[in-house]
Design a protein around this ligand. Structure first.
Ligand code: PMP
Length: 323
């Protein structure tokens, strides 16, 4: 077992310009939590990168901060409002970080995002534009583009799906943290794909350090799915930042399998996470099953866990249902 940091957070050092709100320095520095998995009688070394420890409650604080910095550097903010489309977590991150820096935030979100997400956006004072739930995040993207075209003097379109700052945030923070926390021994990275910023940024960084690290993406198996935050690439607007060649493998997971994993993690391990983490753990098991005994022994896998199950409490039915 590695001597990784678990309970203790990494010490927070100011990383941005001196004038940034201190709250922004709390982004990142998340713990790596050992996950006891048993696969075909083996106990492989697997860690969750616990991104729900971010101040806004999800991995999306990282790209949101980097994108806000880019908007400030361009001079587009704070004069205009930041505008973007989101499945919820990025919207909350913009709203929280924006409130701390007196930057106005307008977000387009599919109307079926959980009530927790809408309540949080309200709490932070963001303007929320709800879009057709049947169109998912693609509908929100189209609406945000329309608004930005119509009122360029009012809005700065942050475009998390096409903004290189999204990838850069993970190259600069998530990747190096994982590299340090595993004492450079990581062999496998598993991350769900929404904008793909996490997979692209962390994957690029790790492969630069050690080209043999396997980078594995996770996506829903169908266009209509319950894996909030993830995209079905074959039918969705493909994010411009996504490079399919950057992943060694893409694994499709069913909503039902992720449901089971979410319940198992909560009830058997005391780790209550969102559905995209459940899907990533399903993919992790699949990868481990495909390894030889020797590879399983040497393997050090990190599974990115983007958010907590607390963000989905209104979907209680899904949690209670036993299979
Ligand atoms: N899981 C959840 C819960 C998310 O909100 C997101 C972001 N859309 C992801 C996974 C995927 O992260 P990324 O956008 O970096 O691909």
């Amino acid at each position: 077992m590695l001597r990784v940091e678990t309970a203790r957070r990494e010490r927070v050092k100011p990383s941005g310009p001196a004038h940034e709100p201190p709250l922004w320095d709390l982004v990142g520095h998340t713990p790596l939590v050992p996950l006891r998995l048993s696969v075909d009688g083996h106990a492989p070394t697997v860690y969750l990168k616990a991104e729900w420890f971010n101040p806004g409650g999800s991995v999306k604080d990282r790209p949101a901060r980097e994108i806000l910095r880019a908007g400030l550097a361009l001079g587009a903010l704070p004069g205009r409002r930041l505008l973007d489309a989101s499945s919820g977590n990025t919207a909350i991150a913009y709203a929280m970080l924006g409130a701390a820096a007196a930057i106005g935030v307008t977000v387009c979100v599919p109307a079926n995002v959980t009530t927790e997400r809408l309540a949080l956006l309200e709490a932070y004072g963001a303007d929320v534009i709800e879009t057709d739930p049947l169109e998912g995040t693609d509908g929100a993207i189209i609406r945000a583009r329309q608004l930005a075209d119509r009122w360029p003097e009012r809005f700065w379109y942050a475009d998390q799906y096409g903004n290189s700052a999204n990838v850069a945030a993970h190259r600069r923070t998530t990747g190096p943290e994982i590299w340090r926390q595993t004492e450079t021994r990581i062999t496998h990275l598993i991350a769900g794909v929404g904008t793909s910023g996490t997979l692209m940024g962390v994957g690029q960084f790790l492969k630069e350090q050690e080209p043999t690290v396997r980078v594995i993406g996770v996506q829903p198996d169908a266009p209509f799915h319950g894996l909030e935050g993830l995209k079905h690439m074959a039918t969705a607007i493909v994010p411009p930042i996504f490079d399919p060649n950057a992943a060694d493998e893409m694994i499709a997971v069913t909503t039902e399998a992720a449901d089971d994993a979410v319940r198992w993690l909560a009830r058997e391990r005391g780790i209550f996470v969102g559905w995209s983490t459940g899907a990533a753990v399903v993919a992790a098991r699949q990868v481990i099953r495909g390894l030889s005994d020797a590879d399983r022994r040497d393997m050090v896998m990190v599974v990115v866990a983007p958010d907590s199950g607390q963000r989905y409490l209104s979907e209680r039915d899904r949690l209670m249902e036993m299979r």
